[in-house]
Ligand binder design. Structure first.
Ligand code: C2E
Ligand code: MG
Ligand code: MG
Length: 652
């Protein structure tokens, strides 16, 4: 390819040559025109020839008159004399005069001729008066040769001028020829250069287009799986859709993919993602308008067209079934589940981006409550998300504005009916939305990273409030797994104890089984650190988490809190009681106390009396109340013996 700088310089040179040639050409044309003009001006031989004819005619008529004496001949001779005089006058101006003046000899000959001719003026005014016509003829004879001499000179001069002009014209002609050749050559060169450059540009254009195509591919595809990425989805082509079909968008997320990465390495995780992508691709191969994309991490989106809702649901469920089949990686087998959200649109609402957002929302919702299933999008889900967002924003300043405070629910020794402790439960009074349950806002705080702040505040406030209660009353505070993983729990607790003056033995921390799912080693380190400082650790909601009981032996729990779901049906079937009794036996072996949560009726207490339960907690003994109310309850002393208890009958 011709370098651009060269090309520019060459074009400049050619344009300069063309310009100079054009100027030269104009000059040459002008010179030629001058030469032609000159040639016309210097045609003196022709002018001179006229005088010669007139002199000859005059001589003929004069001779005839002398011989025949016819008056007509005399008149003609007189007329030619006058013409000749006029001719001599005309020779003394313009081009002929220039010729005469060009040589002194010519001028002298002319002047002589003129004097001679003028000397016959009297005779030619009336020839009939001339005495001797033969003398006149004789005297007239030198006029002819003088005119001839001048004519010959004029012819010679004209011939040499003509030769000079011809030479000039020939020279110019040559220059013109050269110029034309130069112009043609330069034009041709310019044309060739333009063609070359055009070819180079065309090639550069083709290269650029190829590079742009490559970029477009990279920008719209996931390098790991080769699937289209989020960018590609925005360009999803609506026109492929057969009329009357629904567009179904399935947002898919693998369950527990993070654990796979953590346990087996990221390389292993990548291989799994590649295989998942292959299966998804195979699933949409025969689907009209099917497209599968990876949005990042373990998130995939599948777009397909369905006849109706049932078809779409069946397709989405089939996707989950296929994805959940075992994978062979590095010689071993692995199974992973997935959760999906499904959104559909008909002809009127055919916007892939909105549908994707809807499907994603449904998938997130399914993740929270029913992993491994397909959730169909509906408008209520969006309201839920909006409320969640609103709460998340409001949470940031809720503590600062004093909207979140701990309430306390009493814990009772089931043998003596004496209050032995309280559990701090966060209460949020939102200025517009009213009371928001911790079951709703704690997960939001966990997800948005605000739990550490709320958790710290709860520990500090609970320690301060506990100082208002009798010395033998302990306070239990709930700890979130996220809070533990974010660190600083031990420092927070130490500071809270130091600042409030509460002995560590009066503080109890409750964690749920889920903490051991995330990072057991790290969590157990923290819990042991707390225990080593004299703080009791309770396992909350025991029995609701996982089927595996292995975590019971991994940590020395001080208390097991039996979940209220086991207490709920006490009295209606014997199963609940049997489970509680089994847990009691196990707890005794582990050296842990047992607290039964959710006691609402006297009947439940009576049944529990038959067991060896230590402590009870529930609406029957008291609802979560502000510190002052609980303080007043505790100051009244023990709660009455169970059969007589009607102190706080459940209202809900
Ligand atoms: P949890 O720790 O298991 O707390 C016991 C829950 O059961 C409380 O619900 C309490 O009001 C309720 N409850 C107590 N007795 C009865 C009863 O007889 N019948 C019924 N139906 N319910 C009873 P609450 O206050 O809504 O708290 C729900 C959950 O929110 C708590 O469960 C705990 O996991 C979490 N939570 C509350 N406050 C905090 C906190 O400060 N930090 C953390 N991390 N979690 C908290
Ligand atoms: Mg609790
Ligand atoms: Mg509980």
């Amino acid at each position: 390819m011709l370098p651009l700088v060269w090309f520019r310089q060459l074009v400049l040179v050619i344009v300069a040559v063309l310009g100079i040639s054009a100027v030269l050409h104009a000059r040459v044309v002008q010179d030629s025109a001058d030469a032609v003009n000159r040639s016309m001006r210097f045609d003196v031989s022709w002018i001179g020839a006229h005088g010669r004819i007139e002199a000859a005619q005059l001589e003929v008529y004069l001779a005839r008159y002398a011989a025949l004496r016819l008056p007509a001949d005399a008149e003609s001779a007189e007329l030619y004399y006058q013409i000749l005089l006029g001719r001599l006058d005309s020779w003394n101006v313009g081009g002929y005069r220039e010729f005469l003046d060009s040589s002194p000899a010519n001028r002298e000959t002319f002047d002589r001729l003129r004097l001679l001719v003028e000397s016959f003026e009297t005779e030619f005014s009336d020839l009939s008066q001339v005495a001797s016509l033969s003398d006149l003829l004789e005297a007239w004879r030198p006029v002819g040769p003088a005119i001839d001499q001048l004519g010959a000179e004029a012819t010679t001069s004209a011939v040499s001028k003509a030769a000079e002009i011809r030479e000039t014209l020939t020279g110019r002609q040559e220059v013109q020829n050269y110029l034309v050749v130069t112009l043609l050559g330069a034009g041709l060169l310019l044309l060739v250069l333009l063609l070359l450059q055009n070819r180079s540009l065309w090639r550069a254009h083709a290269d650029t287009r190829r590079v742009a195509d490559d970029f477009a591919y990279v920008a719209s595809h996931d390098p790991l799986t080769g699937l289209p990425n989020r960018n590609a989805l925005t360009a999803y082509n609506k026109t492929d859709r057969p009329i009357g079909h629904l567009l179904a968008v399935v947002a898919l997320d693998l369950d527990g993919f993070k654990q796979v990465n953590d346990t087996w390495s990221h390389l292993f995780g990548d291989k799994l993602l590649v295989q998942v992508a292959q299966r998804l691709r195979a699933l949409i191969r025969d689907q009209p308008g099917g497209l599968v994309a990876r949005l990042g991490g373990d998130e995939f989106v599948i777009m397909t067209q369905s006849q109706n809702l049932l078809d779409a649901q069946a397709f989405a469920e089939n996707v989950l079934v296929e994805v959940s089949q075992p994978y062979e990686i590095d010689g071993g087998k692995i199974t992973i589940g997935a959760t999906a959200g499904l959104a559909l649109a008909d002809d009127q609402r055919w916007d892939a981006m909105t549908l994707m957002a809807d499907a994603d929302l449904a998938q997130n919702d399914a993740k929270l409550s029913s992993k491994g299933s397909v959730r169909l999008y509906n408008a209520t889900l969006r309201q839920g998300v909006e409320r969640r967002l609103r709460l998340e924003n409001a949470l940031r300043d809720a503590i600062g504005r004093g909207e979140i405070v701990p309430n306390y629910q009493v814990q009772v020794d089931l043998r003596t009916n004496g209050i032995v402790g309280v559990e701090a439960l966060a209460r949020w009074q939102h200025p517009e939305l009213g009371a928001v349950s911790p079951a709703e806002f704690i997960p939001i705080a966990e997800a948005s990273g605000q739990i550490a702040h709320i958790g710290r505040y709860m520990i500090e406030q609970a320690c301060r409030d506990a100082m208002l209660l009798p010395d033998d009353i302990h306070v239990a505070v709930n700890l979130s797994v996220i809070q533990i993983m974010q660190g600083e729990v031990i420092e927070t607790v130490e500071n809270a104890l130091r600042n409030s003056g509460l002995p560590a033995q009066r503080l109890k921390l409750e964690v749920t089984e889920s903490v051991l799912m995330v990072n057991p080693k790290r969590v157990i380190e923290v819990l042991e650190g707390l225990r080593a400082r004299g703080i009791a650790i309770a396992l909350d909601d025991f029995g609701t988490g996982f089927s595996s009981l292995s975590y019971l032996s991994t940590f020395r729990w001080d208390e097991l809190k039996i979940d209220r779901s086991f207490v709920k049906n006490l009295g209606e079937d014997t199963l609940g009681l049997a489970i509680i009794e089994a847990i009691l036996v196990m707890a005794k072996e582990l050296g842990a106390k047992v607290i039964v949560e959710g006691i609402e009726t006297c009947k439940q207490v009576q049944l529990l009396e038959r067991t060896d339960c230590d402590i009870g907690q529930g609406f029957l003994f008291g609802r979560p109340e502000p510190i002052d109310t609980v303080r007043a309850t505790i100051s009244k002393g023990r709660v009455p013996a169970v059969p007589a208890i009607r102190i706080v009958e459940p209202t809900t």
